[in-house]
Design a protein. Structure first.
Length: 174
């Protein structure tokens, strides 16, 4: 849970009754903003890749800024759908129609867990650098739980400020 959903679920949008009279204009405006941001992302990504290699392009500040903008608009759309319609939509998940459904164990995927963390309130011996250690410890626990559940965890990592990047095309790099 991201902490954004702190309203009461007593509102009519969360009832078991059908909900009529909802004006979709505000929802569509966010969708239009999101579509524009995605177009900007594509145009910028094409330009950045014309200048840099893939790894450098992934870390380009223009790309990161647009990814942040898209993520913010996705969150706005989620919040509006939740507030107006009571939906807990999963619009940002990704799925592929894999041709090789017969061998599901041969595919790997990446999963991410992110936090936006502010400094401790009041006097504390902890610094923002200590957050990385806390998240790293939790990552180790999660990796062990996944392994204990039978999953193959070939890599995991912790980072500050940028996503952890794994090169899944190279075999044996851990």
């Amino acid at each position: 849970m991201t902490g954004h959903d702190e309203h009461e679920h007593e509102h009519a949008s969360h009832s078991n009754e059908p909900l009529g009279g909802v004006d979709p204009a505000e929802l569509r405006a966010v969708v239009d903003d999101l579509a524009a941001a995605l177009r900007d992302y594509v145009d910028t990504a094409v330009g950045v890749r014309a200048e840099f290699g893939a790894h450098e392009a992934d870390e380009d500040p223009r790309i990161l800024a647009l990814e942040s903008r898209v993520a913010g608009l996705n969150a706005s759309l989620y919040d509006l759908l939740h507030e107006r319609l009571g939906l807990h939509s999963d619009l940002t998940g990704m799925t592929w129609d894999d041709e090789d459904e017969a061998a599901p164990h041969s595919r790997t995927d990446t999963f991410h867990l992110g936090f936006v963390v502010g400094p401790p309130q009041g006097t504390s011996d902890l610094s923002m650098d200590s957050v990385l250690g806390i998240v790293d410890d939790a990552g180790e626990e999660i990796a062990q739980r996944l392994i204990g559940s039978g999953f193959d965890v070939s890599e995991w990592g912790t980072s500050r400020g940028v996503p952890v990047v794994f090169d899944l095309d190279e075999e044996g790099d851990e």
